[in-house]
Unconditional design. Structure first.
Length: 114
Protein backbone atom coordinates (compact mmCIF):
# COMPACT_ATOMS: atom_id res chain seq x y z
CA UNK A 1 0.00 0.00 0.00
CA UNK A 2 1.38 3.40 -0.91
CA UNK A 3 2.51 5.95 1.69
CA UNK A 4 -0.14 8.51 0.67
CA UNK A 5 -2.96 6.07 1.37
CA UNK A 6 -1.42 5.11 4.72
CA UNK A 7 -0.96 8.77 5.68
CA UNK A 8 -4.54 9.57 4.65
CA UNK A 9 -5.83 6.73 6.83
CA UNK A 10 -3.79 8.04 9.75
CA UNK A 11 -5.20 11.55 9.27
CA UNK A 12 -8.76 10.16 9.13
CA UNK A 13 -8.23 8.51 12.51
CA UNK A 14 -7.03 11.76 14.11
CA UNK A 15 -9.15 14.64 12.80
CA UNK A 16 -8.85 18.13 14.20
CA UNK A 17 -11.76 19.62 16.10
CA UNK A 18 -12.65 21.73 13.06
CA UNK A 19 -12.52 18.72 10.73
CA UNK A 20 -14.91 16.86 13.04
CA UNK A 21 -17.32 19.81 13.03
CA UNK A 22 -17.34 20.17 9.25
CA UNK A 23 -17.49 16.40 8.72
CA UNK A 24 -20.63 16.28 10.88
CA UNK A 25 -22.26 18.49 8.21
CA UNK A 26 -20.83 16.78 5.12
CA UNK A 27 -20.85 13.07 5.93
CA UNK A 28 -23.42 10.52 4.80
CA UNK A 29 -24.64 12.71 1.91
CA UNK A 30 -26.22 15.11 4.46
CA UNK A 31 -25.22 18.19 2.48
CA UNK A 32 -27.90 18.21 -0.24
CA UNK A 33 -27.12 14.63 -1.24
CA UNK A 34 -23.51 15.32 -2.24
CA UNK A 35 -20.99 12.64 -1.36
CA UNK A 36 -17.80 13.78 0.36
CA UNK A 37 -14.64 11.92 1.21
CA UNK A 38 -12.16 13.12 3.80
CA UNK A 39 -8.39 13.03 3.87
CA UNK A 40 -8.37 11.98 0.24
CA UNK A 41 -5.02 11.47 -1.52
CA UNK A 42 -4.39 13.33 -4.77
CA UNK A 43 -0.67 12.74 -5.06
CA UNK A 44 1.46 14.43 -3.98
CA UNK A 45 -1.16 15.91 -1.61
CA UNK A 46 -3.87 14.79 0.77
CA UNK A 47 -6.92 17.06 0.74
CA UNK A 48 -9.16 17.58 3.78
CA UNK A 49 -12.52 17.05 2.03
CA UNK A 50 -13.49 16.36 -1.56
CA UNK A 51 -16.72 16.14 -3.50
CA UNK A 52 -15.60 14.32 -6.65
CA UNK A 53 -18.98 14.82 -8.33
CA UNK A 54 -18.62 18.63 -8.24
CA UNK A 55 -14.78 18.58 -8.32
CA UNK A 56 -14.70 20.74 -5.19
CA UNK A 57 -12.08 20.44 -2.46
CA UNK A 58 -12.55 21.98 0.98
CA UNK A 59 -9.47 22.78 3.03
CA UNK A 60 -9.42 23.89 6.67
CA UNK A 61 -6.40 25.96 7.61
CA UNK A 62 -4.91 26.70 11.00
CA UNK A 63 -2.82 29.72 11.93
CA UNK A 64 0.40 28.13 10.66
CA UNK A 65 -0.93 28.70 7.13
CA UNK A 66 -0.28 32.44 7.66
CA UNK A 67 3.50 31.91 7.60
CA UNK A 68 5.28 32.98 4.37
CA UNK A 69 6.51 29.46 3.51
CA UNK A 70 3.07 27.97 4.14
CA UNK A 71 1.34 30.67 2.10
CA UNK A 72 3.62 29.82 -0.84
CA UNK A 73 3.10 26.07 -0.34
CA UNK A 74 -0.71 26.49 -0.20
CA UNK A 75 -0.63 28.55 -3.39
CA UNK A 76 1.41 25.86 -5.20
CA UNK A 77 -0.92 23.19 -3.86
CA UNK A 78 -4.05 25.11 -4.93
CA UNK A 79 -2.58 25.75 -8.38
CA UNK A 80 -1.79 22.03 -8.76
CA UNK A 81 -5.32 21.01 -7.73
CA UNK A 82 -6.85 23.68 -10.00
CA UNK A 83 -4.77 22.30 -12.88
CA UNK A 84 -6.46 18.93 -12.25
CA UNK A 85 -9.88 20.57 -12.61
CA UNK A 86 -10.68 21.04 -8.91
CA UNK A 87 -11.97 24.18 -7.24
CA UNK A 88 -10.41 24.68 -3.80
CA UNK A 89 -12.39 26.38 -1.04
CA UNK A 90 -10.45 27.33 2.09
CA UNK A 91 -11.74 28.10 5.54
CA UNK A 92 -9.79 29.12 8.63
CA UNK A 93 -10.18 27.12 11.83
CA UNK A 94 -11.63 30.32 13.29
CA UNK A 95 -14.38 30.30 10.62
CA UNK A 96 -15.40 26.79 11.61
CA UNK A 97 -15.26 27.61 15.33
CA UNK A 98 -17.03 30.97 15.27
CA UNK A 99 -19.07 31.23 12.07
CA UNK A 100 -20.24 27.78 10.99
CA UNK A 101 -23.46 29.33 9.62
CA UNK A 102 -21.39 31.56 7.36
CA UNK A 103 -19.30 28.56 6.25
CA UNK A 104 -22.52 26.68 5.47
CA UNK A 105 -23.84 29.59 3.37
CA UNK A 106 -20.58 29.80 1.41
CA UNK A 107 -20.79 26.07 0.71
CA UNK A 108 -24.42 26.42 -0.38
CA UNK A 109 -23.38 29.15 -2.81
CA UNK A 110 -20.37 27.21 -4.15
CA UNK A 111 -22.53 24.12 -4.71
CA UNK A 112 -25.25 26.13 -6.47
CA UNK A 113 -27.86 25.63 -3.76
CA UNK A 114 -28.51 29.36 -3.26
Amino acid sequence: MNNFVLRARELRKNPTKQERILWSILRKNQFYGFKFLRQYPIEPYIVDFICREKKIIIEIDGGQHNQPDDIEYDLERTNFLNSRGYKVIRFWNNDIDNNIDGVYKILQREFGII
